[in-house]
Ligand binder design. Structure first.
Ligand SMILES: [Zn+2]
Length: 464
């Protein structure tokens, strides 16, 4: 793709934009990694179809795109074609499209108008499956994979003989299998990512302030350059981090400027340790060049991570990870770190209700860099305190609770391990107030799960 967009051949240039809805739901509809791979590949293929069939493509990726078309009628026809093609490829997936005339002298105003029209349409998008997938009428006809639609095909999984799945799950599994055969990569089941009773990690990551960044761009050329460069930043950083964990993940990549994946709990830190510096490094290199100059040097990301039993629905885990990512991004906006992480650990008792309200009282997301590293250091020191003594910390009583304060001081006075924790983390246990105020918190307990190879062995003795 050339860097400059040539408008000279257009008598009446129109911008056409598209925006796919419910991509996350589509990808995680089935719990099967093969079907997830098939679904994310479907989005990537649709973007390349759009980019290669448009008269001029400004950008296309992650189920979003902007193109240039000559004339009003051609623009409307293009919208209908994109909608139909997307619906066919995703079995009724909703795609919003909009068209606006391009003001050659004020391209930013036209881009803004297009964005506003697409935003308005997003709320009115029809439900997925419309016209392609029938609702099941009897429980026995329910798709065994997604549970959403009428089953019409035999399941192809070896461990599910006799089960039946809907048209979409059937097709996505086939596409995923073809993709994995082509890449020569063996796709693991989510259960294989979490052997020996370990947790599965769902990770969701997105760049901060990218919306505002794109709104600031003045021309189609800048928009094309920026979107191409951003995609590259994310895919390069992910590729480097993926190598660091030996590709042990199921990635729901759609070629956009975000990252979603499932990986073993024991590899989360290694993945993030490789990813975040690489993202910040490549973004800083970009910041030296237009159109990024002066606006991209503090680029950062919000990350959400959920650790949970691998038998829980993948869709719910990813939704929760996404909620936590949003919370981390809010933290960056209001408190100022470049990048931040918010995380949760769902233990057996929480499994039936995956709700953001489960997050422990008063817990804030952690900024990457110092605060995150401090918290990991504090958690590592906590690992040396016998697990039977940690149970007092789970309920997060208020700091001014007298009864708890007394109980806590007694614990610390009685056990050398606790005093060692205060010493190791540079905290003061001799001061009656500081010992309560600066005690280990529930998030340190949660962070233990990121550190230990098999924390359940350690946690199982702890009453919760
Ligand atoms: Zn299905």
């Amino acid at each position: 793709m050339s860097d400059r967009i040539d408008l000279s051949g257009f008598a009446d240039p129109w911008l056409v934009g598209y925006d796919a809805h419910g991509i996350q739901e589509l990808i995680t509809a089935s719990n099967r990694p093969l079907a997830m791979l098939g679904a994310s590949g479907t989005i990537t293929r649709f973007d390349s179809y759009a980019a290669s069939s448009a008269p001029v493509s400004v950008f296309a990726g992650g189920g979003r795109g902007v193109e240039l078309v000559d004339g009003h009628d051609a623009a409307i026809a293009r919208c209908r074609l994109l909608e139909a093609h997307y619906a066919e490829q995703t079995f009724g997936g909703p795609l919003s499209t909009a068209a606006v005339p391009l003001d050659r002298l004020d391209q930013a105003a036209s881009l803004r108008w297009l964005r506003q029209r697409l935003e308005l349409l997003a709320d009115a998008a029809r439900p997925p499956g419309h016209g392609y997938l029938a609702a099941y009428t009897r429980k026995s006809d329910q798709c065994a994979d997604c549970g959403g639609y009428q089953a019409t095909h035999e399941s192809q999984r070896r461990d599910a003989r006799g089960e039946r799945v809907c048209l979409r799950c059937h097709a996505m599994t086939q596409r995923g299998r073809l993709a994995s055969e082509r890449s020569g990569e063996e796709i693991q089941s989510l259960l294989e990512l979490a052997p020996h009773g370990q947790y599965l990690a769902a990770l969701s990551l997105d760049g901060n302030n990218l919306g505002a960044f794109f709104e600031d761009l003045r021309t189609l050329d800048d928009t094309r350059r920026a979107s191409g460069a951003l995609k590259q930043v994310f895919s390069d950083a992910h590729a480097a981090a993926s190598r660091a964990i030996g590709s042990r993940h199921v990635s729901l990549a759609t070629g956009g400027d975000d990252i979603r994946l499932f990986l073993p709990q024991s590899l989360v830190l290694r993945y993030l340790d490789a990813l975040i510096p690489e993202l910040e490094r490549t973004a800083a290199a970009l910041a030296a060049r237009p159109p990024f100059r002066g606006r991209f040097d503090r680029f950062g990301v919000g990350v959400g991570v959920v650790l949970a039993d691998a038998h829980l629905p993948a869709k719910r885990l990813m939704e929760y990870a996404h909620d936590l990512e949003q919370s981390a991004k809010r933290h960056c906006r209001t408190n100022g770190p470049r990048s931040a992480i918010d995380f949760a650990v769902l233990t057996a008792g929480d499994a039936s209700r995956i709700e953001p309200s489960l997050r422990r009282r008063g817990r804030k997301p952690l900024g990457f860099g110092e605060t995150w590293e401090d918290a990991l250091r504090d958690a590592a020191a906590l690992a040396r305190v016998p697990s039977s003594q940690r149970s007092l910390l789970f309920d997060e009583p208020a700091d001014d609770c007298k009864e708890f304060g007394n109980q806590w001081r007694y614990q610390v006075a009685r056990h050398a391990e606790w005093r060692a924790w205060y010493d190791a983390t540079g905290r003061e246990w001799r001061d009656a107030e500081a010992v309560v105020r600066d005690r280990p918190r529930a998030h340190h307990l949660d962070l233990l799960h990121f550190l230990a190879p098999d924390p359940r062995a350690a946690a199982s003795t702890t009453a919760r």
